[in-house]
Ligand binder design. Sequence first.
Ligand SMILES: [Zn+2]
Length: 327
Amino acid sequence: MATADETIIGQENLLKFFNKLAVLSSRKPVGGSFIFLGPSGSGKKTLANILIGKLLCQDKPGLRPCGQCPACSQLKAKVNGDVFWLSLNEDKKNISIDEIRGLLHALSLSALGQGYRAAVIDRAETLSNQAANALLKTLEEPNKKTVIILLATNLNDLPKTVISRSQIFALRPIQPNLVHDFLVERGAKRSQAKTLAALSLGWPGLAVKLSDDDVLSEHLAAAEVFFQSISQDQNKRQAALDKLLTKDLEAEEILSIWQTAARDLVLNKLSLVEWQRYGQLLGHFQDKFNFSLAQAVAWYKATVQAKEYLAANVNQKLVLENVIINL
Ligand SMILES: [Zn+2]
């Protein structure tokens, strides 16, 4: 099965805009800074690759880069000397000023194809203040053939100074039935496609990610810890969380899953069960706990606040514990 990176469906407006930009770019230099917003699995990286591809591709027609010319082939193989990716180092909390300086230096040196140069900054919400400031001058006076793309989940987590100098594109989830059809086309069984489409909340990249059994079971395990904790004593909650933290999930992913689980409980109380994401799983626990609508709303709000704590660099384990303990 192909990776989530290759999946982009239903973002035609963005693709059309990129195409216009690419057509324009052959007449006059275009450049600047773009922010792509969407959750993990929404296709931000794929879109960044499409925009860059459209600018570098030597064969302009079509909404997508040709994929075959030398520029496209290099891009696919991730060896294009005019394209730079910067992401948060796994053992760091922030993208540092030195990393940004390095990136800007590389951009200033590279002009291999005498054409466009591009930098993509993944998880841009982790830019340190100094790093963001170091970027500003470049964002303000972009070299005419330089494109900087920042990828982030929430606009609110980015510095206002960066936002005001960028064009913002928010990816939108697509209809779950389109995700379902897309998965079936890719060879999924209908029953599996139905489950994955519901879990994906309209993000095809996430659906593809979840079609890996290990990823799916970790994802469901995180939701299970949330539902289970409601009726468990504190020691058991803590033990379940400790076990969850040994898995391959990031704190932000766990919180997103819990937020959706809490939302499911709100929907459950409102009898909007068809909108629930973990309806099947919730069915196993529902007899074990009683809760009010007000409680469910409070739990949901707690997950929203926890995300803010996480963005403010509060210790990840503490943030997660705080949610689970207060259920
Ligand atoms: Zn091409």
